[in-house]
Design a protein around this ligand. Structure first.
Ligand code: SAM
Length: 274
Protein backbone atom coordinates (compact mmCIF):
# COMPACT_ATOMS: atom_id res chain seq x y z
CA UNK A 1 0.00 0.00 0.00
CA UNK A 2 2.52 2.50 -1.28
CA UNK A 3 1.82 6.11 -0.29
CA UNK A 4 -1.30 5.20 1.69
CA UNK A 5 -1.15 6.10 5.33
CA UNK A 6 -2.81 3.98 7.99
CA UNK A 7 -4.95 6.94 8.96
CA UNK A 8 -6.40 7.60 5.54
CA UNK A 9 -9.95 8.86 6.16
CA UNK A 10 -12.83 6.85 4.71
CA UNK A 11 -13.70 9.57 2.18
CA UNK A 12 -10.22 9.51 0.60
CA UNK A 13 -9.84 6.93 -2.19
CA UNK A 14 -6.98 4.49 -1.84
CA UNK A 15 -3.70 5.59 -3.39
CA UNK A 16 -4.21 9.32 -2.72
CA UNK A 17 -0.89 10.92 -1.74
CA UNK A 18 -1.57 12.48 1.64
CA UNK A 19 1.83 14.18 1.67
CA UNK A 20 1.22 16.27 -1.45
CA UNK A 21 -1.06 19.30 -1.35
CA UNK A 22 -3.76 19.31 -4.03
CA UNK A 23 -5.53 22.41 -5.42
CA UNK A 24 -8.96 20.81 -4.87
CA UNK A 25 -8.27 20.04 -1.19
CA UNK A 26 -6.48 23.33 -0.52
CA UNK A 27 -9.47 25.24 -1.95
CA UNK A 28 -11.77 23.10 0.21
CA UNK A 29 -9.66 24.08 3.23
CA UNK A 30 -9.91 27.78 2.30
CA UNK A 31 -13.71 27.45 2.09
CA UNK A 32 -13.82 25.81 5.52
CA UNK A 33 -14.59 22.32 4.15
CA UNK A 34 -13.62 19.04 5.76
CA UNK A 35 -12.24 17.03 2.83
CA UNK A 36 -8.60 18.03 3.13
CA UNK A 37 -5.39 16.79 4.72
CA UNK A 38 -2.86 18.43 7.01
CA UNK A 39 -0.64 19.30 4.00
CA UNK A 40 -3.57 21.06 2.28
CA UNK A 41 -4.40 23.06 5.40
CA UNK A 42 -0.73 24.03 5.59
CA UNK A 43 -0.86 25.17 1.94
CA UNK A 44 -3.98 27.23 2.69
CA UNK A 45 -2.34 28.75 5.80
CA UNK A 46 0.79 29.62 3.83
CA UNK A 47 -1.36 31.31 1.22
CA UNK A 48 -3.24 33.26 3.89
CA UNK A 49 0.02 34.32 5.53
CA UNK A 50 1.07 35.84 2.21
CA UNK A 51 -2.34 37.28 1.23
CA UNK A 52 -4.69 37.46 4.24
CA UNK A 53 -7.85 38.02 2.21
CA UNK A 54 -7.41 34.76 0.25
CA UNK A 55 -10.57 33.16 1.72
CA UNK A 56 -12.59 36.10 0.37
CA UNK A 57 -11.28 35.29 -3.11
CA UNK A 58 -12.58 31.73 -2.78
CA UNK A 59 -16.00 33.02 -1.65
CA UNK A 60 -16.02 35.62 -4.40
CA UNK A 61 -15.32 32.90 -6.97
CA UNK A 62 -18.09 30.63 -5.61
CA UNK A 63 -20.51 33.58 -5.77
CA UNK A 64 -19.58 34.19 -9.43
CA UNK A 65 -20.12 30.48 -10.17
CA UNK A 66 -23.62 30.59 -8.69
CA UNK A 67 -24.58 33.76 -10.58
CA UNK A 68 -23.17 32.45 -13.85
CA UNK A 69 -25.00 29.10 -13.73
CA UNK A 70 -28.26 30.81 -12.78
CA UNK A 71 -27.78 33.11 -15.77
CA UNK A 72 -27.15 30.14 -18.08
CA UNK A 73 -30.14 28.20 -16.77
CA UNK A 74 -32.31 31.30 -17.20
CA UNK A 75 -30.92 31.57 -20.76
CA UNK A 76 -32.25 28.10 -21.55
CA UNK A 77 -29.24 25.83 -20.92
CA UNK A 78 -30.47 22.40 -19.79
CA UNK A 79 -27.14 20.54 -19.44
CA UNK A 80 -23.94 21.58 -17.70
CA UNK A 81 -20.42 20.21 -18.02
CA UNK A 82 -18.45 21.49 -15.02
CA UNK A 83 -14.73 20.89 -15.62
CA UNK A 84 -12.48 21.27 -12.60
CA UNK A 85 -15.59 21.10 -10.46
CA UNK A 86 -13.73 20.54 -7.19
CA UNK A 87 -14.84 19.07 -3.90
CA UNK A 88 -18.58 19.66 -3.44
CA UNK A 89 -19.37 22.54 -1.12
CA UNK A 90 -22.33 24.80 -0.41
CA UNK A 91 -24.16 25.97 -3.54
CA UNK A 92 -23.06 23.28 -5.95
CA UNK A 93 -24.03 23.61 -9.58
CA UNK A 94 -26.62 20.81 -9.50
CA UNK A 95 -28.25 22.32 -6.41
CA UNK A 96 -28.50 25.76 -8.02
CA UNK A 97 -29.71 24.68 -11.47
CA UNK A 98 -31.92 21.77 -10.45
CA UNK A 99 -33.56 24.26 -8.07
CA UNK A 100 -34.52 26.20 -11.22
CA UNK A 101 -35.53 23.12 -13.25
CA UNK A 102 -35.17 19.62 -11.78
CA UNK A 103 -34.69 18.19 -15.29
CA UNK A 104 -31.41 20.04 -15.85
CA UNK A 105 -28.49 17.60 -16.13
CA UNK A 106 -25.07 18.22 -14.60
CA UNK A 107 -21.83 16.35 -15.15
CA UNK A 108 -18.90 17.15 -12.90
CA UNK A 109 -15.37 16.39 -14.14
CA UNK A 110 -12.22 16.70 -12.10
CA UNK A 111 -8.69 15.32 -12.13
CA UNK A 112 -8.65 14.89 -8.36
CA UNK A 113 -9.90 11.50 -7.08
CA UNK A 114 -11.06 12.99 -3.76
CA UNK A 115 -13.22 15.51 -5.63
CA UNK A 116 -14.71 12.78 -7.84
CA UNK A 117 -15.36 10.35 -4.97
CA UNK A 118 -17.05 12.99 -2.84
CA UNK A 119 -19.10 14.26 -5.79
CA UNK A 120 -20.34 10.71 -6.47
CA UNK A 121 -21.20 10.27 -2.79
CA UNK A 122 -23.39 13.35 -2.61
CA UNK A 123 -25.01 12.61 -6.00
CA UNK A 124 -26.18 9.14 -5.08
CA UNK A 125 -29.85 8.89 -6.00
CA UNK A 126 -29.70 11.87 -8.39
CA UNK A 127 -30.15 10.33 -11.85
CA UNK A 128 -29.56 13.67 -13.59
CA UNK A 129 -26.11 14.38 -12.17
CA UNK A 130 -22.83 12.50 -12.18
CA UNK A 131 -19.08 12.84 -11.84
CA UNK A 132 -16.13 11.60 -13.88
CA UNK A 133 -12.40 11.70 -13.39
CA UNK A 134 -11.00 13.55 -16.39
CA UNK A 135 -8.15 15.85 -17.37
CA UNK A 136 -8.82 19.20 -19.02
CA UNK A 137 -5.42 18.88 -20.68
CA UNK A 138 -6.85 15.96 -22.69
CA UNK A 139 -10.08 17.44 -24.10
CA UNK A 140 -10.79 14.63 -26.60
CA UNK A 141 -10.72 11.98 -23.86
CA UNK A 142 -12.71 14.21 -21.53
CA UNK A 143 -15.43 14.71 -24.17
CA UNK A 144 -15.58 10.96 -24.94
CA UNK A 145 -15.97 10.12 -21.28
CA UNK A 146 -18.61 12.84 -20.83
CA UNK A 147 -20.58 11.47 -23.79
CA UNK A 148 -20.42 7.93 -22.40
CA UNK A 149 -22.21 8.96 -19.20
CA UNK A 150 -25.35 9.71 -21.21
CA UNK A 151 -25.76 12.90 -19.16
CA UNK A 152 -24.49 15.23 -21.87
CA UNK A 153 -26.02 15.28 -25.35
CA UNK A 154 -23.50 17.01 -27.60
CA UNK A 155 -26.21 17.64 -30.22
CA UNK A 156 -27.77 20.17 -27.82
CA UNK A 157 -26.27 23.37 -26.36
CA UNK A 158 -24.10 22.83 -23.28
CA UNK A 159 -23.16 25.14 -20.44
CA UNK A 160 -19.42 24.58 -20.12
CA UNK A 161 -17.96 25.69 -16.80
CA UNK A 162 -14.24 26.34 -16.48
CA UNK A 163 -14.34 28.07 -13.14
CA UNK A 164 -11.07 28.55 -11.26
CA UNK A 165 -9.35 25.75 -13.16
CA UNK A 166 -7.51 27.24 -16.13
CA UNK A 167 -4.98 28.95 -13.86
CA UNK A 168 -3.88 25.47 -12.79
CA UNK A 169 -2.69 24.88 -16.36
CA UNK A 170 0.76 26.18 -17.29
CA UNK A 171 1.41 27.96 -20.58
CA UNK A 172 2.95 24.69 -21.84
CA UNK A 173 -0.44 23.04 -21.23
CA UNK A 174 -1.86 25.55 -23.78
CA UNK A 175 -5.01 26.57 -21.88
CA UNK A 176 -6.29 28.76 -24.75
CA UNK A 177 -6.12 25.79 -27.12
CA UNK A 178 -7.83 23.50 -24.61
CA UNK A 179 -10.78 25.90 -24.37
CA UNK A 180 -10.91 26.09 -28.18
CA UNK A 181 -10.88 22.28 -28.46
CA UNK A 182 -13.86 22.04 -26.11
CA UNK A 183 -15.68 24.83 -27.93
CA UNK A 184 -15.28 22.98 -31.24
CA UNK A 185 -17.26 20.03 -29.82
CA UNK A 186 -20.21 22.17 -28.73
CA UNK A 187 -23.32 23.23 -30.62
CA UNK A 188 -24.07 26.90 -31.37
CA UNK A 189 -26.04 28.34 -28.48
CA UNK A 190 -23.64 26.76 -25.98
CA UNK A 191 -22.08 28.93 -23.32
CA UNK A 192 -18.82 28.99 -21.41
CA UNK A 193 -18.26 30.52 -17.98
CA UNK A 194 -14.64 31.15 -17.04
CA UNK A 195 -13.03 32.55 -13.93
CA UNK A 196 -9.28 32.85 -13.63
CA UNK A 197 -6.78 34.21 -11.11
CA UNK A 198 -5.17 37.38 -12.34
CA UNK A 199 -2.11 39.51 -11.75
CA UNK A 200 -3.97 42.49 -13.25
CA UNK A 201 -5.12 44.35 -10.13
CA UNK A 202 -2.64 43.17 -7.49
CA UNK A 203 0.60 42.16 -9.23
CA UNK A 204 2.57 41.96 -5.98
CA UNK A 205 0.14 39.62 -4.24
CA UNK A 206 -0.20 37.54 -7.39
CA UNK A 207 3.58 37.27 -7.50
CA UNK A 208 3.71 36.04 -3.90
CA UNK A 209 1.09 33.35 -4.47
CA UNK A 210 2.02 32.39 -7.98
CA UNK A 211 5.49 31.01 -7.45
CA UNK A 212 6.18 27.62 -8.95
CA UNK A 213 5.37 24.70 -6.72
CA UNK A 214 8.55 22.80 -6.13
CA UNK A 215 7.61 22.13 -2.51
CA UNK A 216 4.91 19.53 -1.72
CA UNK A 217 2.97 22.01 0.38
CA UNK A 218 2.51 24.37 -2.58
CA UNK A 219 0.24 24.11 -5.57
CA UNK A 220 1.27 25.67 -8.89
CA UNK A 221 -0.97 28.62 -9.76
CA UNK A 222 -0.53 30.64 -12.94
CA UNK A 223 -1.83 34.16 -12.47
CA UNK A 224 -2.44 35.73 -15.88
CA UNK A 225 -3.04 39.28 -17.06
CA UNK A 226 -6.27 40.48 -18.60
CA UNK A 227 -5.05 39.88 -22.15
CA UNK A 228 -4.18 36.25 -21.40
CA UNK A 229 -7.60 35.63 -19.88
CA UNK A 230 -9.55 37.47 -22.60
CA UNK A 231 -7.77 35.24 -25.15
CA UNK A 232 -9.57 32.24 -23.63
CA UNK A 233 -12.86 33.69 -24.95
CA UNK A 234 -11.64 33.70 -28.58
CA UNK A 235 -14.47 32.42 -30.75
CA UNK A 236 -17.15 33.10 -28.11
CA UNK A 237 -19.40 36.18 -28.10
CA UNK A 238 -18.86 37.85 -24.74
CA UNK A 239 -22.00 38.46 -22.71
CA UNK A 240 -22.29 41.84 -20.96
CA UNK A 241 -20.38 43.09 -18.96
CA UNK A 242 -17.50 41.18 -20.60
CA UNK A 243 -14.41 40.02 -18.76
CA UNK A 244 -14.49 41.80 -15.41
CA UNK A 245 -13.43 41.40 -11.80
CA UNK A 246 -15.23 38.57 -10.01
CA UNK A 247 -17.57 40.68 -7.83
CA UNK A 248 -18.46 42.94 -10.76
CA UNK A 249 -19.91 40.21 -13.02
CA UNK A 250 -23.68 40.78 -12.71
CA UNK A 251 -23.76 41.18 -8.92
CA UNK A 252 -27.14 40.38 -7.43
CA UNK A 253 -26.80 41.77 -3.95
CA UNK A 254 -24.38 43.33 -1.52
CA UNK A 255 -23.67 39.81 -0.29
CA UNK A 256 -21.82 39.17 -3.55
CA UNK A 257 -19.19 41.76 -2.67
CA UNK A 258 -16.71 39.46 -1.02
CA UNK A 259 -13.88 41.44 -2.61
CA UNK A 260 -13.68 45.19 -3.13
CA UNK A 261 -13.83 46.20 -6.80
CA UNK A 262 -10.34 47.19 -7.94
CA UNK A 263 -8.87 44.63 -5.53
CA UNK A 264 -10.11 41.30 -6.89
CA UNK A 265 -7.61 38.56 -7.61
CA UNK A 266 -9.87 37.05 -10.24
CA UNK A 267 -11.35 37.95 -13.61
CA UNK A 268 -14.45 36.27 -14.96
CA UNK A 269 -16.76 36.25 -17.93
CA UNK A 270 -19.37 34.32 -19.86
CA UNK A 271 -19.32 33.71 -23.61
CA UNK A 272 -21.86 32.28 -26.07
CA UNK A 273 -21.05 30.25 -29.16
CA UNK A 274 -22.80 31.89 -32.12
N1 SAM B 1 -14.80 24.95 -10.08
C1 SAM B 1 -14.84 24.90 -8.62
C2 SAM B 1 -15.05 26.29 -8.10
O1 SAM B 1 -14.73 27.24 -8.82
O2 SAM B 1 -15.49 26.46 -6.98
C3 SAM B 1 -13.56 24.31 -8.03
C4 SAM B 1 -12.30 25.05 -8.37
S1 SAM B 1 -10.84 24.35 -7.65
C5 SAM B 1 -9.92 25.80 -7.25
C6 SAM B 1 -9.99 23.76 -9.10
C7 SAM B 1 -10.28 22.33 -9.47
O3 SAM B 1 -9.69 22.01 -10.73
C8 SAM B 1 -9.69 21.33 -8.47
O4 SAM B 1 -10.70 20.50 -7.99
C9 SAM B 1 -8.66 20.56 -9.28
O5 SAM B 1 -8.56 19.21 -8.89
C10 SAM B 1 -9.20 20.69 -10.68
N2 SAM B 1 -8.19 20.50 -11.74
C11 SAM B 1 -6.91 20.92 -11.74
N3 SAM B 1 -6.31 20.58 -12.89
C12 SAM B 1 -7.23 19.92 -13.64
C13 SAM B 1 -7.21 19.29 -14.91
N4 SAM B 1 -6.11 19.29 -15.64
N5 SAM B 1 -8.33 18.69 -15.34
C14 SAM B 1 -9.46 18.69 -14.58
N6 SAM B 1 -9.54 19.26 -13.36
C15 SAM B 1 -8.44 19.87 -12.89
Amino acid sequence: NKGVSMDRPAWAPEGVDMQQASPARMYDALLGGSHNFEIDRRAAEMGKALVPDLPRLALSNRAFLRRAVRFLADSGIRQFLDVGSGIPTAGNVHEVVQGIDPDIRVLYADIDPVAVAHSRAILRGNSRAGAIEADLRKPAELLDRAGETGLIDFDQPVGLLLVAVLHLLSDEDEPVKKVADLRAALEPGSYVAISHLTSEMRPEDAGKLGANASDKSRVGIHFRNREGIVAMFDGWDLIEPGVVELPVWRPESERDRHEAPGRSLGLAGVGRKA
